[in-house]
Design a protein around this ligand. Sequence first.
Ligand code: O7M
Length: 252
Amino acid sequence: MEKKKSRIILALDFPYSENHKQLLSSSLRVLDSVAPYICAVKMNRQLVLPLGLFDGVQKIVNHAHELGLPTIMDAKINDIGSTNRAIAEYYFDAGFDAVIASSFVGWDEGLQSVFEVAKKMNRGVIVLVYMSHKGAIEGYGQMVQRSETKRLVPQYRIFAEKALKWNADGAVVGATYPSKIREVRAILKDLVPIYSPGVGAQGGDVEASLKAGATYLIVGRIIVEAENPAMAAEQVRHDAWLSGKEKLAKSR
Ligand code: O7M
């Protein structure tokens, strides 16, 4: 982030296409053109499914690394421990620097194995705390009873506390909910960075999410589907860097 003066993580997402070869070449082309304006690249299964992990996506991971960009696999890992471990190992073997995992699965026989393998391979784990879409309220936003105090609290507050307890490398909170970013930031303090998707295409606002406490913005369609991805990335990088600077100045 400091080196590139950018808080923008590119979400390298393309719409469904039968032409898998073209998906690979488009990915590499967009990555090359926006590389100066981003600090990392996130990929998800909508790219792994058509390209394959070791035959296609690994080429993008390697190219990102040649460009000096870390890579995040948005796997939203969400299964039993043994399955989660193998999934994380495959992604780390392919070169990904971090994986994203779902907090709902819990620690014991759930995410513990992912954190263990990440530690062993010196990689990161980022956990979901509150997603950017409307339906997030049904799970992340539901009220649950805290077992120790019997008090009702929203699920995402408990997930934010778990991100701290598990020593996660990041917490995902949707840019569409700045007030929730603020609440989560108060729990995480400066100990865990907040990764915030949802600006632009989903209606989230760059300035509002950064002022509320987001560290990084995960940005896809407004860059990838722009007529000129480099110009779009430069613009959002510029806006985010200014808002981030204001935030720092105010906190001094
Ligand atoms: O900028 P967009 O809306 O085109 O893309 C946003 C990206 O962020 C896309 O790759 C989503 O899969 C991802 N995302 C969300 O949009 N909302 C979430 O709550 C979480 C994610 C995500 O990155 O999860 C880790």
